[in-house]
Design a protein around this ligand. Structure first.
Ligand code: NIG
Ligand code: FE
Length: 414
């Protein structure tokens, strides 16, 4: 059965905007007193004046989700980089860090990613799934309707496959769309007997074929950094992953510049972090079709500089913003707050920030044809804020929460 949703005081469609480069608020399509018709499959059938669409609704006996208050709606947010499937806590790391120790120093002292590997391996499927579903529920409340979730706290064949299965099964239970990514190349675990290259060879030869055979993920990620894997090691691994048919996304330029050039060279879907990127990397990203994903939650969690988003946009890159929600570097998990704060430092227009959270983030996941903007045939994923002007949303720096969220035309909370 079709359904009419509205009226929205303002509807920002995010339609027809350039995928690359800077954006001005004047470019935004803003419809007043607008309605959206969702078909029985949750796809957008029509967009237009609520008054006109109400007449059609009456003629066709469509149901109506009538909005009584003044609301601004835009596409459901897309969080294109998270690590939501973890056990334990890294509060101890956080305390050490704010007392002055660096992320790399803490990792070298047995904290960091490998600490979460221990606690995630020790957690049952039920616990992992429950906590991931709780995190998904929080995301939905905050307007996120699609989330990417990485493995990477298993770091051996059995555990990586187990975590990817938990991600898949939680994905079936939450209303959010969950896109899984295999990050078995997050770091070499303590209990692997061999070099970094040998560990990556093990991932490519034993873990990835099984991930593919069991259809657990279509995407492969790697952490390219001094404390994890070198550019040369990563290249060999990613070429093997590509041969197996995986799409690529990379953790690059977080503390050391240069690795994003590998993401560009290999035609990765996205290059994520980029806090340390210099002019050379910015230029290469700008010329490429690889989406530059900024993770302000990691800058806030680690107390380090933000990704040079302004420069990336001015030079023509596609910028997305994601939460990187994880227990170590980015424990906050509040995408809108992070994006709002990031925008004040990087001087991003409202249009640029909204684009980074919607259609440009969808592009990073290869989902640009189905989500990320409000247009016919796309999924009816919406988030609506209690405001009468879209500029209120970032102005409140994350404190103005969505009043209602729709996923595939289904209203999820009010
Ligand atoms: O994106 N940089 C590498 N990986 C994660 C951190 C994961 C963790 O600290 O547990 C990140 O920041
Ligand atoms: Fe990450």
């Amino acid at each position: 059965m079709s359904k009419l949703i509205g009226p929205f005081t303002q509807l920002l469609t995010m339609k027809g905007l350039n995928l690359k480069g800077s954006l001005k608020d004047e470019q935004l399509e803003i419809l007043s007193d607008a309605g959206i018709v969702s078909d029985s499959e949750g796809k957008i059938m029509k967009i237009g004046s609520f008054g006109e669409l109400s007449k059609e609704a009456a003629q066709n006996s469509w149901t109506i989700d009538r909005i009584e208050k003044r609301m601004v709606a835009f596409p459901g947010l897309v969080d294109c980089h998270t690590h939501l499937c973890w056990g334990g806590s890294r509060a101890r790391d956080y305390a050490m860090r704010i007392a002055g120790k660096s992320y790399i120093e803490i990792a070298k002292q047995g904290g960091g990613i490998l600490d979460t590997v221990r606690s995630t391996r020790a957690a049952s499927n039920e616990i992992l799934e429950r906590s991931m579903l709780d995190r998904c529920a929080k995301l939905l409340k905050n307007g996120v309707t699609t989330v990417e979730v990485k493995s990477g706290y298993g770091l051996n064949k059995d555990e990586e496959l187990r975590h990817l299965k938990v991600i898949q099964s939680a994905g079936r239970k939450t209303k959010l769309d969950v896109v899984s990514t295999c990050l078995s190349a997050h770091m070499k675990p303590h209990d692997f007997n061999g070099t970094q290259s040998e560990y990556l060879k093990h991932c490519a030869g034993n873990i990835l074929p099984e991930v593919k055979a069991q259809n657990l993920s279509k995407r492969v990620d790697i952490f390219v950094e001094e404390s994890a894997f070198s550019i040369e090691e990563a290249r060999v691994y990613l070429e093997a992953a590509k041969k197996l048919g995986f799409e690529l996304t990379l953790h690059v330029d977080q503390f050391t510049a240069g690795s994003s050039l590998l993401a560009v060279e290999l035609g990765a879907k996205s290059a994520d972090h980029l806090e340390a990127s210099t002019q050379k990397e910015i230029e290469a990203l700008a010329k490429s079709n690889t989406v530059a994903v900024a993770l302000p939650g990691a800058s806030l969690g680690l107390g380090c500089s933000f990704t040079p988003a302004r420069k990336l946009l001015d030079q023509g890159a596609t910028l997305a913003i994601a939460s990187d929600w994880n227990p170590g570097s980015a424990p906050m998990g509040d995408l809108l707050t992070q994006a709002a704060i990031f925008g004040t430092y990087q001087k991003l227009s409202t249009a640029e920030t909204f684009a980074a959270l919607t259609f440009r983030a969808a592009k990073a996941l290869g989902l640009e044809k189905t989500i990320g903007s409000i247009e016919e045939k796309k999924q009816c994923d919406l988030t609506a804020f209690p405001a009468d002007d879209y500029r209120q949303v970032l102005y409140h720096q994350g404190q103005l929460r969505p009043a209602q969220v729709w996923k595939k035309g289904e209203q999820l909370h009010d």
